[in-house]
Design a protein around this ligand. Structure first.
Ligand SMILES: *Cc1c(COP(=O)(O)O)cnc(C)c1O
Length: 486
């Protein structure tokens, strides 16, 4: 692995284009531009040809793993292959060149898209109203929790606690604290689900809500969700669903029908925007009628004008709104992709997405459970969690297994999460993988399990075939240096 910086590839006078000779009188720039506006020094930009640029970035992209290059079974992240046409659609000039301060009557198409996207998400989730403003899942969580707070205050109640199961995503407790609540953790039962008795014990008049992921981070569906909902609502609490990964549910079940009052979606996961590495996200939040007054402003609404034609507007008239939680209206480009994805699939297609995601995960689970410990038996949803404890007993950690997978051209699964599974390997194949790529992954995992028995050193010192091997991850975060050479 040695790739120069593009600045080091620079060669004076080299260009990526050639222009025909001028056919008008040439003038010096000093004659055209006032002295004050001219640079003293030329800009320090690399001078390279188009070939130099294309090859440089292609080479760099190959050093890394990405979903366009290979299987990416990162649990709780829904790293599906994203249809490229969505990129094209989100770059249509009518969308791309909009300005957020344009008058409403000049952006009717964009408003219609936002309105309809909201309607689709309401239909998919069974919620009554929606905001598209939050820019990510965690941002959606914060928005939902602020609305829950506003709801209780309006009912003259000060409730300070949010209950979270021990299998929850790390953003849940973080959002709870950011929103000014305190987090109360409850233990899962031996099947990996919410323990109803534990929940009943934790419920009291200080509990504002239960925050639940369903299917939970073990990939298991909370079969007692209706009982859970009753326990929470009977003592005046609300039910929040972390719907970051809706990949197992579309067209099959709806959070709104399960008793959830608030749910956030990650458009960048379930509804196809390339993410990871801090890419753009979108975390809309759907609510039941009871929480609708508190939604952030503005909302996109549809009205009929005097000529009985449809018009779309921003609605700011929400006196109990928690206010704005994002500049302007959210990450519009991600909304365009989600809209395109939903329209391309249609209702039947979305259901198939979920069915295939579930079948793929179960196929992997059944083929791997004899080689790695499966702590929670039974059918899974879109993901499942294995434990590397048997490998650990032979001196090989889950981290080593994850690193060794890189040698097989596969991205490692999520590791050491959820926290309730020791040496966890959390695997989510998504619906976009073929049986062949699932089989390759199974073969790689089985081969590694055999290596642990026969030649553990090769696993412990992996990866061997990547451009760099084990990096000091803490150092990379603490002493960020993006230059190749000093
Ligand atoms: C990804 C994820 C989140 C956080 O979403 P971001 O967009 O990364 O903020 C929250 N909960 C669950 C279950 C997730 O998988």
């Amino acid at each position: 692995m040695s790739e120069k910086l593009i600045f080091e590839l620079s060669s004076e006078g080299r260009m990526g284009f050639s222009l025909p000779p001028v056919d008008v009188p040439e003038m010096k720039k000093e004659e055209l531009i006032p002295q004050d506006f001219l640079r003293k020094e030329p800009p320090a930009l690399p001078e390279v040809s188009e070939v130099d640029v294309a090859r440089h970035f292609i080479r760099l992209s190959l050093f890394n793993h990405h979903v366009d290059k290979g299987f990416y079974p990162l649990g709780s992240c829904t790293m599906k292959y994203n249809p490229k046409i969505n990129e094209t659609l989100s770059r249509l000039s009518g969308f791309l060149n909009l300005h957020p301060l344009q008058p409403e009557d000049t952006i009717q198409g964009a408003l219609k898209l936002m309105f309809e996207l909201g309607e689709y998400l309401k239909e998919i989730s069974g919620m009554d109203e929606i905001t598209l403003q939050p820019a990510a899942g965690a941002h959606g969580e914060l928005t939902g929790l602020l609305m829950i707070n506003a709801y209780h205050r309006r009912n003259k109640q000060l409730r300070s606690q949010i209950i979270i199961p021990d299998s929850a995503h790390g953003t849940n407790p973080a959002s709870v604290v950011t929103a000014g609540f305190s987090a109360v953790q409850i233990k899962s039962n031996e099947r990996g689900l919410v323990d109803l008795e534990e929940l009943k014990k934790a419920m009291n008049e200080d509990v504002a809500a239960l925050m639940l992921t369903n299917p939970n981070t073990l990939g298991l569906f909370e079969a007692q969700i209706l009982e859970i909902s009753k326990v929470v609502h009977d003592s005046g609490g609300l039910l929040y669903m972390d719907g970051a990964n809706l990949n197992a549910m579309m067209g099959i079940a709806r959070p709104g029908d399960m008793g959830f009052d608030v749910v956030h979606f990650n458009l960048h996961k379930t509804f196809s925007t390339p993410h990871g590495g801090g890419g753009p996200g979108s975390g809309p939040v759907g609510v039941k009628e009871s929480l609708a007054p508190f939604l952030p402003v503005p909302l996109v609404v549809k009205r009929e004008n005097k000529k009985r034609l449809e018009e779309y507007h921003f609605d700011y008239k929400r006196p109990f709104s928690i206010g704005r939680i994002h500049g302007f209206y959210g990450n519009f480009g991600v909304m365009v992709k989600a809209y395109a994805y939903i329209r391309q699939n249609g209702a039947e297609g979305l259901r198939k997405v979920s069915e295939n995601a579930i079948i793929n995960a179960n196929y992997l689970k059944e083929n791997l459970k004899h080689h790695y410990h499966l702590p929670y038996e039974g059918p899974c949803q879109h993901e499942f969690v294995l434990s590397g404890i048997n490998q650990k007993a032979k001196g090989v950690q889950t981290l080593d297994v994850a690193k060794r997978l890189l040698d097989f051209g596969v991205h490692a699964p999520t590791v050491y999460f959820p926290l309730i599974v020791p040496e966890a390997l959390m695997i989510e194949p998504t619906e976009t993988e073929s049986k062949e790529s699932l089989d390759e992954f199974i073969d790689a995992m089985i081969k590694i399990a055999q290596e642990v028995e026969e030649n553990p050193e090769v696993v412990k010192s992996a990866p061997h075939d990547t451009p760099v091997s084990r990096l000091d991850e803490a150092k990379a975060a603490r002493e960020l240096n993006v230059r190749w050479k000093e």
